[in-house]
Design a protein around this ligand. Structure first.
Ligand code: ADP
Length: 484
C-alpha cells in the first residue's frame, strides 16, 4: 500500500533528534494489521537517545520561547497547510499501519490538523492579567510563561491527532517537545514530523523517539525522571498512566493524562429513537470501537429497549468489515491479537452469564471482529466494568432516571458519556448528574479542537483542545512591583 504515496519521501523510518534524522542499527518492524504485511523497519531508540533528545530540546528552548508568538504561530500555520496538502499520503500511511478505513483516516488528518490551526491562533492570546492593588505602593501583575521541555507519549488509535493535540499547544506556548509515538504507528508520527521540518520548525524544537514496546518503557523512564522535562502528557491506558504518574512524582512534574473510559450511552423513553441509533452507531463502531470515548455500556429504558436493540442490530449488521484500503469498507481490523482476545473474553463472559448475541459475536480471519450487539446484559458481567475497545455494544435495561444516573456513574472512569432525551428538565438533571468530563446530549460525536477534551476520576488529568488546552503548557508567574 505504501508504494502508492504521491510523495515517497514522507515514508520516514528514522527518528528525529535536534533536527537530524537518526538511524539505528537496532530496528523494529511495523506491520499492516489488516494483512500482517511487513511495512517498514523503524529505528528502535533507547535511553541514551532519549537523553540526547532532551538535551537537544533544552538547547532549542531559549530561541523558541523568545520568538514573538506571531512567529511561532506562522510556523504552525505552515505546518497546518502542509498537513492538509499531504492529507492523502498521511491517510495512506495511517490506514496501512493502523487499519482504519481510508476515509476515516482522511478524517483524522483533518481533525489532527485542526489542533495545529487552533493553537496557532491561541498562541497569540496567552494573556496575563493585572490585579487591582490593595497597597498603593505596589502593583500586581500576572504573566504566563512556557513551562519548558515537554514530553508526549501517544497511543496508536489516533496516530496523528493524539500527537498534534499535545504538541501544538506546547509549541504555541513556546515549549520544545520530545514525542514517543506508539510502537504500532510510528510512520504517521514521522511523516507529521517531516512536514513540521518543512514548515520551518527550528532544529530541536520537535523531536521524535521511535521505539518498540520494550524500549518505550526505557525511554519513558528517562522522560519521566528527567528534571529538564517539566511536563509529561500521556494518552493511553489507565494502567500505564498510573506507572507514568508514579515515575513523574520524584521530579514533581506537571502531568496531563488522557486515560481509559467506560462511557455510558443512555437512551430514555422520550428520546428520538432513530437519532439515538444514529448516535450509537458513530459512538460505538467508529475506529472499530477503538477510541477512549466509544460508548462502552448502553442503558436503555425498558419501554423502548426492544425497539432500540432491533434498530441498532439492523444498522450494525449493515457495516462492511474489511481492509481499510478497499472501497466501501466502514470497519477495519482490530489493532492486535491481545486486543482481539480481550474482546472475545469479554463477550464469552457476558454470554456465560446470560447475555444473548443479537448480531455479530464472531471473529473473521485473524484481525476482524463482526459488529456486535448483546442484549440482556447485567451489571455482574465484565463488560459493565471493563473497557471493551472493540465493536461490541452491550445493552443494559433500566427503569428510572435515578437508576440510569446511578448505573452510569458506577465506575472508576469518567471520560465521555452520552444520553438521549427531548425533555429539557431531564437534560439538565442528567447532564449535571453524570460524573464525566464530557457529556454528549442527543449526539454521539463530541470531539473537536475548540472544546476541552478530558476526563474526571481515573480517566485522567487536564484538558486538551480549547482555550484550556494551553493551560498545562504555561506557568503562571506573579510579579509584585513595589516602590510605586
Ligand atoms: P494501549 O493499550 O492503547 O496500547 P498503552 O497505554 O499500552 O495503550 O500505550 C500507550 C503508549 O504508552 C504507547 O506509546 C506505548 O508505547 C507507551 N507505553 C506503554 N507502557 C509504557 C511504559 N511503561 N512506559 C512508557 N511508555 C509506555
Amino acid at each position: 500500500p505504501l508504494s502508492q504515496l504521491n510523495d515517497p519521501s514522507l515514508l520516514k523510518t528514522d527518528a528525529l533528534i535536534g533536527g537530524e534524522w537518526v538511524a539505528s542499527s537496532n530496528r523494529f518492524a511495523v506491520t499492516d494489521p489488516a494483512t500482517g504485511e511487513h511495512l517498514a523497519d523503524v529505528a528502535n531508540l533507547g535511553a541514551t537517545d532519549a537523553h540526547n533528545a532532551i538535551v537537544a530540546a533544552n538547547k532549542a528552548w531559549p530561541a523558541w520561547r523568545a520568538k514573538p508568538a506571531k512567529e511561532r504561530a506562522a510556523i504552525l500555520m505552515r505546518w497546518f497547510a502542509l498537513l492538509h496538502a499531504n492529507a492523502d499520503d498521511l491517510a495512506r500511511l495511517m490506514t496501512a499501519e493502523q487499519g482504519k478505513p481510508l476515509a476515516e483516516a482522511r478524517g483524522e488528518v483533518t481533525y489532527g490538523a485542526s489542533f495545529v490551526e487552533w493553537f496557532a491562533e491561541e498562541a497569540k492570546r496567552v494573556y496575563g492579567e493585572t490585579i487591582p492593588t490593595t497597597d498603593n505602593n505596589k502593583r500586581y501583575l500576572v504573566v504566563k510563561q512556557p513551562i519548558g521541555v515537554c514530553a508526549a507519549i501517544t497511543p496508536w488509535n489516533f496516530p496523528i491527532a493524539m500527537i498534534t493535540r499535545k504538541v501544538a499547544p506546547a509549541l504555541a506556548a513556546g515549549c520544545p517537545v520530545v514525542i514517543k509515538p506508539a510502537e504500532q504507528t510510528p510512520l504517521s508520527a514521522l511523516a507529521v514530523a517531516e512536514l513540521a521540518q518543512r514548515a520551518g520548525m527550528p532544529a530541536g524544537v520537535l523531536n521524535i523517539l521511535t521505539a518498540d514496546g520494550d524500549n518505550s518503557i526505557e525511554i519513558g523512564k528517562v522522560l519521566c525522571s528527567s528534571d529538564v522535562v517539566r511536563h509529561l502528557s500521556f494518552t493511553g491506558s489507565t494502567e500505564v498512566g498510573r506507572i507514568l504518574a508514579a515515575q513523574c512524582a520524584p521530579t514533581i512534574k506537571k502531568i496531563s493524562l488522557e486515560l481509559g473510559g467506560n462511557a455510558p450511552f443512555i437512551v430514555f423513553d422520550d428520546a428520538d429513537l432513530d437519532s439515538a441509533v444514529e448516535g450509537a452507531m458513530v459512538s460505538k463502531y467508529r475506529n472499530a470501537g477503538q477510541t477512549c470515548v466509544c460508548a462502552n455500556r448502553f442503558y436503555v429504558q425498558s419501554s423502548v429497549y426492544d425497539a432500540f436493540v432491533a434498530k441498532l442490530a439492523e444498522k450494525a449488521a449493515a457495516i462492511k468489515v474489511g481492509n481499510g484500503f478497499e472501497p466501501g469498507i466502514n470497519q477495519g481490523p482490530q489493532i492486535d491479537e491481545p486486543s482481539m482476545q480481550k474482546i472475545e473474553t469479554l463477550v464469552a463472559d457476558a454470554l456465560d452469564k446470560g447475555a444473548k448475541v443479537v448480531v455479530g459475536g464472531e471473529r473473521i480471519g485473524e484481525r476482524f471482529y463482526t459488529p456486535t450487539v448483546l442484549s440482556g446484559v447485567t451489571p455482574e458481567m465484565r463488560v459493565a466494568r471493563e473497557e471493551i475497545f472493540g465493536p461490541v455494544a452491550p445493552i443494559f435495561r433500566f427503569d428510572t432516571e435515578a437508576e440510569a444516573i446511578e448505573l452510569a456513574n458506577a465506575t472508576e472512569f469518567g471520560l465521555a458519556s452520552y444520553f438521549y432525551s427531548r425533555d429539557i428538565g431531564r437534560i439538565f438533571r442528567v447532564g449535571e448528574g453524570l460524573e464525566y468530563g464530557m457529556v454528549g446530549v442527543n449526539t454521539g460525536l463530541i470531539s473537536t479542537a475548540e472544546v476541552p477534551f478530558g476526563g474526571v476520576k481515573q480517566s485522567g488529568l487536564g484538558r486538551e483542545g480549547a482555550r484550556q488546552g494551553m493551560d498545562d503548557y504555561v506557568e503562571v508567574k506573579y510579579l509584585c512591583l513595589g516602590d510605586i
